[in-house]
Design a protein around this ligand. Structure first.
Ligand SMILES: *Cc1c(COP(=O)(O)O)cnc(C)c1O
Length: 244
């Protein structure tokens, strides 16, 4: 990670990130309007992974409240360093069940639930500790053995288990498609996630368990918003390229 900046660097960092935030918000707004959607129905999750707490503070100062991390341990460090700020932390990366207990306390939203065992572990931990995290079911639409996520066929059983949760609340679906050559290449994945949501609803899953579609990153947020994203996870376009 870069060294902790001095005050002149901090001011420059804040100006840069505030400008990037405005640009990303304008992209979301334009894409939403082009699809006949309300921009306020799309939540921006700022993915701060690999960047230090100073970047979180700078974005928070510019009005950003939702932040995403993909590694639990790295996230906990940044949470500690920004504990004076009312940040909403999202886990967008894989969660191992041995970290479910701590994750259930410290993340407002976990985007990477991939099956009933992890769902149950997070729910038990949340119930024991009095938290009510929001959970998204990550769906593997590419069928790549290396990717995490539940197969579409497994979703019925996962939503049955969601109905029995006592503390955690399943609120939707997430997809992380293969890295695209062209942003248009990912449109079928986003469309498929929306269609899966519609099918689950038709099969009787209540709408409040399906209200969020977490899809879209820096390169393809327009396509995701056009296809119905309610959360976009944006790193590079806000904080710059990652060097680690
Ligand atoms: C890193 C990451 C992002 C952000 O990607 P950018 O291309 O930098 O916007 C989004 N989602 C997940 C799951 C990630 O790990």
């Amino acid at each position: 990670m870069p060294p902790v900046p001095g005050s002149a660097e901090l001011a420059a960092l804040e100006a840069t990130i505030a400008g990037n935030l405005a640009t990303v918000r304008a992209r979301i707004e334009r894409a939403a309007r082009s699809a006949g959607r309300h921009p306020e129905d799309v939540r921006l999750v700022a993915v701060s992974k690999t960047f230090p707490a100073a970047h979180v503070r700078a974005a928070f100062a510019a009005g950003q409240v939702d932040f995403g991390e993909n590694r639990v341990q790295e996230a906990f460090g940044k949470m500690d360093e920004t504990s004076d700020l009312p940040v909403r932390w999202h886990l967008v990366g894989h969660l191992q069940s041995n970290k479910a207990r701590k994750a259930a306390v410290r993340f407002a939203c976990i985007h990477s639930i991939d099956g009933v065992p992890l769902l149950s572990a997070v729910d038990r931990a949340a119930d024991a500790q009095g938290t009510r995290p929001e959970l998204l079911i990550q769906v593997d639409l590419a069928g790549e053995a290396t990717k995490h996520g539940a197969t579409p066929e497994a979703l019925g059983g996962i939503f049955d288990a969601a109905a029995a949760c006592r503390a955690a609340r399943v609120v939707g679906l997430m997809v992380l498609p293969p890295w695209p050559e062209d942003p248009e290449d990912v449109r079928p994945y986003f469309r498929r996630l929306r269609e899966l949501r519609d099918r689950l609803h038709a099969d009787g899953v209540p709408a409040d368990r399906l209200r969020e579609l977490s899809m879209g990153m820096s390169r393809d947020l327009e396509v995701a918003v056009q296809e119905g994203a309610t959360m976009v996870r944006i790193g590079t376009a806000l904080f710059g390229p990652r060097h680690v």
